[in-house]
Design a protein around this ligand. Structure first.
Ligand code: HEC
Length: 205
């Protein structure tokens, strides 16, 4: 037994003398039994790489994607490109603590500005078609593709009596069976959809 402890103690001293303690600094490259993920292949920014067929190390953003927090709409203000954290009508659709407002926020600068109005509605149609039409259908009648798969009770948007501020709120917070749709839409995109829904209503009259 004595020899066992002696050998054991000797082994410990031997191992430490060769490998050192964790965190020790060496001038030579240390021997690493378990390299874990200390060293990994990487490509420097803007460098070449044979890994991809086009030879570029850096990747381009995937087409038609919009990274969170980076709306590509350069035509509108920073606030409209944001995601809403204030209590104004633009951010909440509320005119006071409990009431939703009518009309579109003045920050959209639509009065007498045809260009802005057209741009807003064009964007509204785009967002509506990819965000809402699966359920509400392109015309807004509530008979989107999901109704063919058993989802019933979808509101007819052409008939809704809700004011603009309230439609905005439904987009952001959802309502009944409809989940939140607007958390990943910028303020501009949400109001664009509101304007487009209003236009669908007018068109159905
Ligand atoms: C997953 C399906 C689905 C999607 C996607 C969806 N909705 Fe809805 N929406 C519903 C359902 C279901 C209701 C009915 C909710 C209830 O009252 O139970 C509803 C209700 C509404 C209402 C309220 C109508 C009223 O008179 O009460 C509005 C406004 C509305 N949706 C707008 C939108 C807009 C704008 C979008 C796109 C940004 C959208 N919805 C996306 C399913 C959906």
């Amino acid at each position: 037994m004595r020899y066992f402890f002696l050998t054991y103690a000797f082994l410990i001293v031997f191992v430490i003398s060769i490998f050192g303690c964790h965190g020790d600094k060496f001038s030579n490259t240390p021997i690493r039994i378990f390299p874990d993920m200390d060293d990994q292949d990487y490509i420097g920014a803007q460098s070449k790489s044979d890994f991809f067929s086009d030879g570029m190390g850096s990747r381009k953003p995937v087409a038609n994607t919009n990274p969170m927090g980076h709306s590509q709409n350069t035509e509108v203000s920073e606030e409209l490109n944001g995601y809403g954290n204030k209590t104004t009508y633009l951010h909440t659709g509320l005119i006071n603590a409990t009431n939703f407002g009518k009309g579109l926020p003045e920050e959209l600068d639509l009065k007498g500005n045809k260009e802005n109005t057209t741009a807003l509605l064009t964007r509204g149609q785009e967002v509506y078609n990819f965000k809402c039409a699966v359920c509400h259908s392109k015309s807004g009648d509530g008979k989107g593709i999901v109704t063919e798969h058993g989802f019933i009770g979808i509101a007819d948007l052409r008939a809704t009596q809700l004011p603009e501020g309230s439609i905005y709120d439904v987009i952001v917070n959802g309502k009944g069976k409809m989940g939140q749709q607007g958390r990943d839409l910028t303020l501009y995109d949400r109001w664009a959809v509101v304007a487009y829904v209003k236009m669908l209503q007018e068109a159905a009259k």
